[in-house]
Design a protein. Structure first.
Length: 190
């Protein structure tokens, strides 16, 4: 009887193990897919400061308290989750500054997406404010499809809700729709 119980116990254990083995699936490929879909940066940097020069002349600088480099993705990008400060210098070394709470630089398209309290201050003192602003580095073109406000020492010059496009030095401007505008007149030039 003891032999029969021992044999029966071995059979139950064997059936249990076989059942466990056949019920398990190869989840390794699923685990690989999950880890690939996660976006892990190649690197992270704190207190980042970059200088872009051309022919020995500083063209722009970028400062950010924190940066993540996702150049390992199919569509590579750099993320600045704590915001940025960009300084641009023209041919006369005049400085314009852009700040935002958050930014993404898409490496392949060289498009910069600035988000949250975006403020562009030109060397002449004009200020553009928008919740989001895009900068096409190759074409040196800046645009938004949303709200914007441009002001100067005279007050608000333009306000709109459907976007604005302009070149880097603001000499070409295409306003999509304006809901408020003011044209300042300098009385001293009469």
């Amino acid at each position: 009887m003891k032999l029969h119980k021992k044999h029966m116990l071995q059979s139950i254990v064997t059936i249990f193990i076989v059942t466990m083995l056949f019920s398990c699936q190869d989840n390794y490929s699923e685990i690989q897919k999950l880890s690939y879909n996660k976006r892990f940066p190649v690197g992270e940097a704190e207190n980042m400061f970059l200088v872009y020069t051309d022919s020995g002349k500083v063209k722009s600088t970028l400062r950010s308290p924190f940066n993540r480099d996702f150049s390992n993705q199919k569509f590579p990008y750099m993320e600045f989750p704590k915001g940025i400060v960009l300084e641009f210098f023209d041919e006369n070394n005049n400085k314009s500054v852009v700040t935002s709470d958050y930014a993404i630089l898409y490496s392949d398209t060289r498009l910069v997406d600035l988000q949250g309290n975006v403020v562009l201050t030109t060397h002449e003192g004009d200020v553009l404010e928008a919740p989001q602003l895009f900068w096409d580095q190759d074409r040196e073109w800046i645009f938004t499809e949303g709200e914007f406000k441009i002001s100067s020492e005279y007050g608000v010059l333009l306000q709109g809700t459907n976007g604005i496009d302009f070149n880097r030095n603001l000499s070409i401007i295409d306003v999509h729709e304006i809901y408020d505008s003011t044209i300042p007149i300098d009385e001293s030039e009469k």
